[in-house]
Design a protein around this ligand. Structure first.
Ligand code: FUL
Length: 509
């Protein structure tokens, strides 16, 4: 009786019908990323700069016994490095502040093995400082790699002493150079080298205390994980969900790292590191990969829910080499030309269902054509078929599908496929996939149709789609011909010219 009275007086005081109240967004499904992890993921790509004494000695893993005076980059210009990154679509750069040889690119108080023992800038130079200033000026995020394995440092192998030494150096890096957005460390170590324990938990806590916004990379997170190979290739199923306790830094299972873990309790998205050249450091004899190869890596990293960390090593004069810049230009031209026009952008959409009331734009299917992940289509609750029908209004040829999930709501989709309506009026499957995450790109033989059906077959919770695009990639098709006949020095206009004049046949569906 009392309850009825309360309801009655409520509706008299607030005469708005119940239907006019907005349906709230669905619950996120755990685990979900931190704000810094979302920001990190939005950047999609970062450039890695391997630079140090190895650059001058034609080596990869320096012994730690090389005279520091070999380090003499007479034309060092970090503004050029950052400009190259920016011009090529990378807004994050990571520098090897110290690689395994122990040589420090900044004047550390804890060792003489650094730039201060060189004649470069009369011993008063600081590469980390120069890069941090250039990055800040350009609005590019900065990350630093501090190798745990140190082949120079005498106390390496003495557990307490070395952990103190490492944290001392880390603190210098995190307190002298402004905002550091990523800290990169690994478990790499040569056979037969001194054994020792690293106090990772203390390191990670201290890093986050000094730089709360920094993403920590290692084989096992905590914030981003190594993908498990150095080819820049993620698993075709790639979860950001992961169990950190199932991975050991320096001894990971590549299959687990490449795929992540659909039952994982931690949000640890993957970073795919790969070098533009065969080595990580610059060697006069090496040439960069082609832009087409980089595009292939892009599909297999950024297109599989990961961040691509592309190493472009500055040369011994202290500059990024012209041939690397040329390839980066071509790579960005390829991406621009493929992805700048969503061929589904004018489609008439029909969703299997939509959350909320009619006219509630927050869950509207047309949100899938708004760039980015901050809007999405949500289906009604408690339904089991989830599909989006696209009428493109005219027949369109395409061979790439792009799908994005609003990852701040958790990674949900477990299986999906795309169908097109063929000339006989039958629906035929074009491609299927498993995970989506921040971004999924799938490349397949050309298809042509006016009607598309994107179906989500399996999901951990109501699937949410924040973006869907279709594109025509005319470049990857000529991939093999390029690799056979052409070195990396074909320029972008040649790449585009070849692509345009190599019309491929359209697969009949
Ligand atoms: C590895 C290192 O051993 C390589 O030299 C390189 O720095 C690569 C990115 O990580 O662990």
């Amino acid at each position: 009786m009392n309850l009825i009275l309360v309801c009655l007086s409520f509706s008299l005081i607030f005469p708005i019908s119940h239907c006019a109240l907005q349906k709230p967004p669905p619950l996120p499904i755990l685990p979900i990323p931190t704000a810094s992890q979302v920001q990190w993921q939005l950047s999609s790509m970062a450039l890695f700069f391997h630079f140090g004494t190895n650059t001058f000695t034609d080596s990869e893993w320096g012994t730690g016994r090389v005279d520091p005076s070999v380090f003499n980059p007479t034309r060092l210009n970090t503004t050029q490095w950052v400009q190259v990154a920016k011009d090529s679509g990378f807004n994050r750069v990571i520098l090897t502040a110290k690689h395994h040889d122990g040589f420090c690119l900044w004047p550390s108080e804890y060792t003489e093995y650094s730039v201060k023992s060189t004649s470069w800038r009369n011993g008063s130079g600081d590469v980390v400082k120069e890069l941090s200033l250039a990055a800040k000026e350009a609005g590019v995020d900065l990350g630093l790699y501090l190798s745990p394995w140190d082949r120079h440092e005498g106390c390496y192998g003495k557990t307490l002493e070395y952990n103190e030494f490492y944290l001392g150096q880390m603190t210098e890096l995190l307190t002298r150079y402004g905002e550091i957005k990523e800290v990169w460390l690994d478990g790499a170590k040569g056979e037969g080298e001194k054994d020792m324990e690293y106090f990772f938990d203390s390191w990670f806590s201290l890093i986050h205390q000094h730089q709360p916004g920094a993403i920590i990379f290692s084989d096992a997170g905590p914030d981003t994980r190594w993908i498990g190979d150095e080819a820049g290739v993620a698993g075709s199923t790639c979860w950001s969900l992961f169990n950190r306790s199932s991975a050991q830094i320096g001894n990971t299972d590549p299959i687990y790292s490449q795929g992540g873990d659909p039952s994982g309790h931690d949000w640890v998205p993957a970073e795919c590191d790969v070098s533009i050249r065969p080595g990580w450091f610059w060697h006069a004899s090496e040439v960069p990969k082609s832009a087409i190869k980089l595009l292939d890596i892009y599909y297999k990293s950024v297109g599989r829910n990961c961040l691509l960390l592309l190493n472009v090593p500055p040369n011994s004069s202290g500059l990024i080499s012209d041939e690397d810049i040329q390839v980066l230009k071509e790579f960005s031209e390829l991406r621009r030309s493929i992805f700048s026009d969503n061929l589904a952008g004018n489609a008439i959409l029909n969703a299997s269902s939509t959350r909320g009331s009619i006219g509630d734009s927050r869950f509207d299917p047309y949100n899938i054509f708004k760039e980015g992940i901050y809007t999405y289509w949500a289906p009604e609750e408690n339904v089991s078929d989830w599909a989006l029908h696209l009428n493109l209004q005219e027949s369109v040829s395409f061979n790439v599908l792009q799908v994005q999930e609003p990852i701040y709501m958790g990674q949900r989709i477990m299986a999906f496929h795309l169908e097109v309506l063929n000339e006989d009026g039958d629906w035929r499957m074009v491609i299927n996939g498993t995970t989506v995450g921040y971004q999924r790109l799938l490349h397949f033989p050309n298809v042509e149709s006016q009607h598309l059906k994107f179906v989500i077959d399996k999901s951990r919770a109501d699937p949410l789609i924040s973006y869907l695009g279709i594109y025509m990639d005319q470049f990857s098709i000529v991939n093999s011909a390029f690799h056979r006949s052409s070195p990396a020095n074909i320029n972008s206009s040649q790449v585009l010219w070849q692509a345009i004049h190599n019309h491929s046949t359209t697969a009949s569906i």
